[in-house]
Write a protein that binds this ligand. Structure first.
Ligand SMILES: [Zn+2]
Length: 386
């Protein structure tokens, strides 16, 4: 059994430590001290320097009690989205929410709390277990940057669990690839009243491109969005620049590529219709595109060791956990690509990335109980395979 009071208090303590992305130091130091107090060997890696943050990922290694058992990874991220500073958690029965001015940060401090509590229980209750590599990452919310900068050559785990989703009844095993894009529409500046013939409106081109662009849910596997638009200087100036920022995601690489190219082509087709000649010089509208892979898909089969481990542990507890595809990316996408086969288990966080974020502690307890059972079963399997 896990200690419900202790994990709840740990969560409440964690959410009150500010940790916007790139500013996770206070939480990192807290978790480092906590894990050291539990006998973990803890290091903070150099990911922070690489991404311009004030701390790196916390990597805590706990020895196993089963000789030669292969290590297992558990991971959650320490950073929160904005507005996430000065969180004042409000506890109403089993529900924890905020005062409505900030997010709660249960995403993903509930994951951090689950990991710590489970390791504590394994130790206190002398449950035979494999060595554990716990990774508390930075900058998940700004592009999985902490996970991307984990040096996996220093890790021994070949499989693991990421705790970064809502319902503990689901195990996310599939996630999309995502492209991030920035389009710069270049027009030509001119006085709107005196010489409109000599200008090209970048806003009009952007509008025409967007009007024919397929966005939203494209199909079962694919989504697309233009989320930011910026441009123009004054009502009397024909705007020479509009910057559009967006993304496309798909579980299918070809569909992702097709959608990305479609978005670019809509703007290019609109731009092609505009050119002006003034003072003997011809200017054409142009589109400058910066398209980058944000993260790549994950697809862990149900037959894999880690999925079977979770499903069997749940079954032993009389629980029914289902594998699911996610529309989002998380650190698990990155770890899978780095050779650590892992799935993403829910912790009870809800309405994340909003100031209405809340968490039902019963869900977090269930997640921790299940994880304790997972670690127990993992130990048993290591013994029986010797
Ligand atoms: Zn998260």
């Amino acid at each position: 059994m896990i200690n419900q009071e202790r994990i709840k208090n740990l969560l409440l303590e964690l959410v009150q430590i500010d940790s916007h992305s790139r500013k996770e130091r206070d939480v990192a130091e807290f978790i480092k001290r906590y894990c050291e107090g539990m006998g973990g060997q803890v290091e903070i890696d150099d990911a922070g320097e690489k991404v311009g943050g004030n701390t790196g990922n916390v990597i805590a290694r706990f020895p196993g009690t089963i000789p030669d058992a292969p290590p297992i990874m558990m991971s959650a991220h320490m950073d929160t989205v904005v507005p996430g500073e000065g969180v004042r958690p409000i506890v109403e029965g089993d529900i924890i929410r905020t005062d409505g001015t900030t997010v709660l940060g249960g995403d993903d401090k509930s994951g951090c709390a689950v990991i710590v509590e489970v390791i504590k229980c394994l130790q206190e209750q002398n449950i035979p277990h494999a060595p554990i590599e716990a990774i508390f990452s930075i900058c998940e919310e700004v592009g999985l940057l902490g996970a991307k900068n984990v040096d996996v050559s220093k890790l021994k785990s070949k499989h693991g669990i990421v705790f970064d989703s809502d319902d503990p009844g689901f195990l996310f095993t599939k996630g999309p690839s995502s492209n991030h894009m920035e389009f710069r529409v270049h027009g030509l500046e001119s006085h709107a009243g005196v010489a409109p013939e000599e200008g090209i409106s970048a806003i009009k081109i952007a509008g025409e491109g967007l009007a024919v662009m397929n966005l939203g849910r494209i199909d079962q596997e694919t989504t697309a969005n233009i989320g930011q638009i910026e441009g123009g200087m004054a009502t009397n100036i024909i705007p020479n620049l509009v910057v559009l920022k967006g993304e496309a995601r798909s579980h299918n690489e070809q569909k992702l590529e097709a959608q990305t190219q479609h978005m670019l082509k809509c703007l290019q087709d609109a731009a092609r219709r505009y050119q002006v000649t003034a003072n003997g010089k011809t200017t054409k509208a142009t589109i400058e595109a910066n398209i980058q892979r944000d993260y790549s898909s994950m697809d862990v089969p149900d037959s894999s060791y880690v999925v079977q481990l979770v499903l069997q542990a749940a079954k032993r507890m009389g629980l029914d956990v289902k594998t699911m595809a996610s529309g989002g990316g998380c650190d698990a996408n990155v770890f899978n690509r780095k050779g650590i086969e892992c799935a993403n288990l829910g912790t009870g966080m809800r309405a994340i990335h909003t100031v209405k974020e809340w968490l039902d502690v019963k869900d977090m307890y269930a997640s921790a109980e299940m994880t304790l059972e997972i670690m127990k079963l993992n130990g048993e399997l290591a013994v029986s395979s010797r």
